[in-house]
Ligand binder design. Structure first.
Ligand code: NAP
Length: 283
């Protein structure tokens, strides 16, 4: 029940009506019997500064931030956590007695889920990354900081891949894969990660690389979670590679935000179950 003591958190994005975050976080608060409530706020890009002033004026405990505000919010905050600064995007804000601090929990959410679900040793991974957008940056910088051996980037726009490679190269050996070399960049990799939107609902018959390029020695990870099993993951499973879906990243980025706002361990199982339930309804 919402009372005068309820602490409010929420999501700033545009659009937000399909987000699973409100249902996931409200289930988590209920499970832990915390007097918090989570709402989704559809904020037009030119009203973002007003929305941030609103967080301060209304005393919200924090927010999640999604497309298109993850980069634009940064100069409006009082402090940015070093990993979020490296990634160049914020997905979680904590209001610490009026001081707004920006974090990025996407990358750690991804790595936490990858390790939990596949039991891989992060430091032994040779990673081939498909894509160089916002999610790719979060995942790649976090993997680099966790000590993977090497990262290779395959991306449609070479310039974007080159910029990411330049920044990542300060932490880990990184290369941009030329179009003709893509299959060999996967042949001796141990972890293939799709961070593009290829294969996402409703384009479920699309696959970002030819099936013939996959091999049983790979962990194949897809950041997409709608559908739960993309065509890429299905093909990976069929040839004996180990699939890893994006749902764990979504749950864990939320779990880490929950922990930042409440100071309590998140009930990750409850969060995962409710998200799976919702996604199964729409699949
Ligand atoms: P983004 O910044 O727009 O980046 C999109 C990336 O996909 C870019 O590298 C883009 O290449 C590439 N791409 C898109 N369409 C393509 C096509 N038709 N052919 C080749 N490349 C294409 O988006 P984002 O925020 O990083 O999100 C990317 C994906 O990750 C989405 O599917 C999103 O749902 C998923 N995601 C999942 C989670 C989670 O919690 N599981 C969190 C965040 C994002 P160019 O550089 O050439 O444009």
């Amino acid at each position: 029940m919402i009372t005068s003591k309820t602490r409010l958190v929420g999501l700033l994005g545009h659009p937000v009506q399909h987000s699973q975050s409100p249902i996931m976080h409200n289930a988590a608060f209920a499970e832990k019997q915390l007097n918090f409530a989570y709402a989704a706020f559809d904020v037009e890009p030119d009203r973002l500064a007003d929305a941030i002033a609103g967080i301060r004026a209304l005393g919200l405990r924090g927010v999640n931030v999604t497309i298109p505000h993850k980069v634009a919010i940064m100069p409006l905050l009082d402090e940015i956590d070093p990993l979020a600064k490296r990634i160049g995007a914020v997905n979680t804000v904590v209001n610490d007695n009026g001081r707004l601090i920006g974090y990025n929990t996407d990358g750690m959410g991804y790595v936490r889920s990858l390790v939990e679900e596949t039991k891989l040793d992060v430091q032994k991974q040779v990673v081939t990354l498909l894509g160089a957008g916002g999610a790719a940056r979060a995942v790649a910088f976090t993997l680099a900081e966790q000590g993977v051996k090497e990262i290779r980037i395959i991306n449609r726009s070479r310039d974007r891949a080159a910029l990411l490679a330049e920044h990542l190269g300060e932490i880990v050996p990184t290369s941009v894969v030329e179009p003709g070399d893509a299959s060999s960049a996967i042949a001796d990799a141990t972890l293939l990660i799709n961070t593009t939107s290829i294969g996402m609902f409703p384009h479920v018959d699309e696959i970002p690389v030819p099936v013939e390029w996959l091999h049983p020695g790979l962990i194949v990870s897809d950041l997409i979670y709608n559908p739960l099993e993309t065509k890429l993951l299905k093909q990976a499973r069929l040839i004996g590679a180990k699939p890893h879906s994006g749902v764990g990243m979504f749950v864990n980025q939320g779990a880490l935000a929950f922990e930042l706002w409440t100071g309590e361990p998140a009930p990750s199982e409850t969060m995962r179950n409710i998200v799976l339930q919702q996604l199964q309804k729409t699949n």
